[in-house]
Design a protein around this ligand. Sequence first.
Ligand code: ZN
Length: 257
Amino acid sequence: MSITIKPIPSLTDNYIWLFINTLNSTAVIVDPGTSAGCENFFEQEKIRPVAILATHRHWDHVNGIEQLVKKYDIPVYGPATEFIPCLTTPLTENERIRIPESGLDLQVMDIGGHTAGHIGYLTGNKLFCGDTLFSAGCGRLLGGTAAQLHASLNRISQLPDDTVIYCTHEYTLDNLRFAQAVEPDNQDIQSRIDEVKALRANNLPSLPVTLEMEKRYNPFLRTSKKSVMLAVAKHSGQQIKNSEDCFRYLRMWKDGF
Ligand SMILES: [Zn+2]
């Protein structure tokens, strides 16, 4: 199988990821918040979409589904516990699915917290994580709890370091500014800022990114580090006893940043 993974920019700062099998020119669409960009690309490149994967219920991830299903008559995979338009295959934790036309094998991960029922899709070393993890940041609590999102990020952290993370928003530079406020002495933050500025100046996405990179500078994956715990304790005025406490007050800090 020969694979290309391509981002289609959508709305202000979303990415719709296309998993393209270049041998038979098929594509699986992840989180289509809009449809026009995908439709144009398929037409230009003579690619046939074969399935849609949804990570969670938010409009900027699902609003293109109805039009794509109407046009291409393709199945929709998504979380069993959330409302996803045109859902044909509801999924739960650890389920394995195969999309025959694209040759894509996926494992479902329950990574709730941003929304309660949010799922991710793992294939080989690639993780489509929706709004759970962003480069240098993480999703806001819009339905799930801090404990849930903290546990989900811990699960992601335990994947191999070479896992490639396909996030769905171009929030990286803003997130890095916050990361730098938390850990001003962390040199990996400045290196990543320089790298992302150069990419964005050329209109290139800052994504995907490896888990190994994220662990160096993403404060939400570093809530057990002393430097982050001390900064969060100082900012919140709270006693930070563990990584989960740290995560909770770090998330609040970022919400008001
Ligand atoms: Zn969302």
